[in-house]
Design a protein around this ligand. Structure first.
Ligand code: ATP
Length: 687
């Protein structure tokens, strides 16, 4: 038995834990009895309804059905509570602080869920999102206040204790006030990776807590260094908002715009772990396809990025650069106004021998400029018909109404959206800036400008209109036009997060300031502490893209290694040896992160057949799992691995600014070990 296990505090905590577990058990038993009673009751009510259906009148049947529904709802609520208690059984809490108000002092235990002992009518564990729980994250010891629904509560925090409880046993217990370094955090960060992102409720840091609990910002832009917990915090913030506004905000009111499906899968578990349902996620391309009613085929962002890396096409770069500039948006706005002003050629119209003057038609058409085109034409003709009625005291016959509609329609210059969009470049005097991609598709850079124009001229349909909170991850990879579309489409609150140093495509990127320019009312917060990687890896990555503001958590690991290989064969052998070493280790994930899909495919082919859990992540992949994952830096964005291996770290492969960012993204995915291989001259970013 170790020293810690024998201390009186630990013994007292052991008793407290046992008692809490007993109370959970008692509540679970009671719930089971209740659930059984509900089931029997529902069955009995159904049988009664069935056997007496002929004698019952309509009203009686309705009320019997309502009673059944009521019982089902009560049963469902009891079931949800049961699931939460079941989770608490394993680990009921992770923290405690003692809070003194006057002479009264009470221990407050904090867990992933609230535990109200219904039988004894006391709260034994508080949800980490409860107002009182903020003290656990914000205060070490001393005077403290928190905001309760009844007003400000003041007192003293006299003790703060952290636990790791697993399977009902205390594995770790630390009093924070006596430890300078946050040992629990260190422990957490030293652990191996999981199949997906994990929750961090036990170790949320003060600055992170402030972001999570910020419920005022209309748009919150989180700019943070690699591994600073942006994604984790954003998801915890969603869980917090769902708790804080439980009467008005439900999980289906939330939407995440995520970079790809692998990332969606990677983060999918966090909210359920926190006791919330998963929320909807959509990719930019999927959103674009919906907004264009599936009528246009276009290349993907992944293809655009790959083309930039594989082809040295200056004209393409010029097109992309222009379309990612704020001026482009201004010009597009001017063009939309120009099209709007010229698309309706009103003429005097005679209907049923009555005159409708051109100026009136124009005025009514202008008035309805916020409607989609078809709806607008319908409104114009309906309003003109009404005016004819009022002015001439005459109601149109059905045939005349048809004539009116047809005549108004001919006044509208009908061109397809694509033609109108193309016309922009002629109007601008720069037709060379529009080019069709392979197989007649639109270039990705044209997709959102096209949508923007559609929004301005015709309107769009979106199934996401009622979203109440939008979360955008990897914000650096979207350009001003994309933000303009998002701004018009989602009037709701937003959390926007990313890191300018991790832009995978400089021709389609935005910095926090630019985003604030487009998404109004944005508050901006910055996170400079990096949690993911050992300090050796952080320092190594800093050589690639120095960021003077970055602070690393003091967690030590191996020095990253750069291995020079003699030949291509030798490099692949080295990679295979690393993969074998990983397979025999305790680590769960090895990411082999390449620059292009072609390079990733070659490495994958060389390893294929020799390893059990080997996966090549491509644009179409949808799942993240344990094992060896071969992918591009673009696909690796947002993910993390115990070990990372970066092949072909040569001067030729990583030379441009874009490639520097990709190398930075690749290296910052590593938690514990980083190795790079190269043949010939090493990349200047690593010297
Ligand atoms: N307070 C914390 N306690 C424990 N772990 C944390 C904390 N904050 C961040 N982490 C861990 O740091 C790692 C990085 O977090 P996350 O992926 O959310 O960062 P990020 O800023 O979105 O990263 P990137 O931009 O590099 O993709 C994760 O393993 C996360 O669990």
């Amino acid at each position: 038995m170790n020293q810690q296990a024998e201390s009186p505090e630990r013994l007292a905590e052991r008793h407290h834990l046992d008692h809490t577990l007993e109370r959970i058990e008692a509540n679970l038993n009671e719930l089971d009895n209740r659930l059984e009673a509900y089931a029997e009751d529902i069955q009995a009510q159904k049988e009664y309804l069935w056997s007496n259906r002929d004698e019952m009148d309509h009203i009686e049947k309705i009320s019997a059905r309502e009673a059944i529904e009521q019982s089902v709802m009560s049963g469902d609520n009891a079931l949800v509570r049961r699931q939460k208690l079941e989770k608490l059984r394993h680990s009921p809490y992770f923290g405690r602080f003692d809070f003194a108000r006057g002479v009264e002092e009470e221990p407050v235990y904090i867990g992933v869920h609230h535990f109200h002992d219904d039988l004894a009518r006391v709260s034994r564990v508080y949800d980490w999102r409860a107002p009182i729980a903020s003290l656990f994250y914000d205060v070490e010891s001393g005077p403290a206040t928190y905001e309760s629904p009844a007003g400000t509560v003041a007192g003293q925090v006299t003790l703060k204790r952290q636990f790791r409880i697993k399977g009902g046993e205390i594995e770790l217990m630390i009093d924070s006030a006596v430890h300078v370094v946050d040992d629990v955090l260190q422990e957490e960060l030293s652990r191996t990776s999981d199949e997906g992102m994990k929750n961090i409720v036990a170790t949320i840091q003060r600055d992170q807590n402030a972001i999570i609990r910020n419920d005022e910002a209309q748009v919150l832009v989180i700019q943070g260094v690699a591994g600073s917990g942006k994604t984790s915090i954003a998801l915890h913030r969603i869980a917090y908002l769902l708790y804080r506004f439980k009467d008005t905000l439900r999980s289906e009111d939330i939407l995440i715009i995520s970079p790809n499906r692998v990332f969606s899968d990677y983060i999918a578990n966090v909210l359920p772990e926190l006791g919330e349902e998963t929320v909807n996620q959509v990719g930019m391309e999927e959103l674009a396809d919906e907004l264009l009613d599936g009528q246009y085929r276009f290349e993907s962002f992944f293809e655009q990025t790959t083309a930039l890396l594989e082809k040295d096409d200056e004209a393409m770069k010029a097109r992309l650069r222009y379309k990612a500039s704020p001026e482009f948006l201004t010009e597009l706005d001017r063009y939309a106004a120009h099209v709007e002003a010229n698309r309706f050629a009103a003429e005097d119209l005679w209907i049923a021998r009555r005159l409708v003057p051109a100026w009136l038609l124009e005025e009514v058409f202008r008035k309805h400029r916020n409607l989609p085109t078809n709806e607008r034409l319908r409104q114009v003709s309906w309003e003109i018909e009404r005016k004819i009625g009022n002015q001439y005291n005459y109601d149109l016959e059905p045939e005349e109404r048809k004539q009116l509609k047809a005549a108004i329609k001919t006044m509208l210059r009908q061109t397809t959206l694509r033609e109108t969009y193309r016309g922009f470049y002629d109007w601008l005097g720069r037709p060379e800036l529009f080019k069709t991609a392979s197989r007649g598709r639109l270039e990705y850079a044209d997709v959102f400008p096209l949508i923007y124009l559609k929004m301005r001229l015709e309107g769009v349909h979106s199934r996401w209109r009622d979203v109440k909170h939008l979360l955008i991850d990897e914000m650096q990879d979207y350009n001003p036009v994309q933000y303009a579309v998002i701004g018009r489409l989602f009037a709701c609150k937003k959390t926007v997060l990313g890191d300018a140093y991790q832009s995978v495509n400089p021709y389609s990127a935005s910095k926090a300031d630019e985003i604030r320019g487009v998404l109004r009312q944005a508050a901006c917060v910055t996170l400079n502490k990096s949690y993911r990687s050992s300090i050796e890896i952080v320092r190594f990555a800093q050589r690639i893209s120095p960021n003077p503001d970055l602070e690393a958590i003091e967690r030590h690991g191996e020095e990253p290694r750069v291995i020079r290989c003699r030949s291509r064969h030798d490099e692949l052998d080295t990679i295979a040896a690393m993969a074998r070493d990983f397979s025999e280790s305790e680590h769960n994930t090895l990411g082999i992160v390449c620059k292009t899909p072609k390079q990733a495919r070659k490495v994958f082919d060389a390893l294929d057949g020799s390893f059990d859990r080997l996966q090549l992540l491509g644009e179409q992949s949808a799942a993240f799992g344990r094992g060896i994952i071969v992918c591009t830096a673009h696909m690796a964005k947002g993910l993390e691995f115990d070990r990372v291996l970066v092949p072909e770290a040569t001067a030729k492969n990583y030379a441009t600014d874009m490639e520097r960012n990709l190398l930075y993204v690749a290296c910052t995915r590593a938690m514990h070990r980083l190795v790079l291989t190269h043949r010939g001259e090493i990349s200047s970013f690593l010297q």
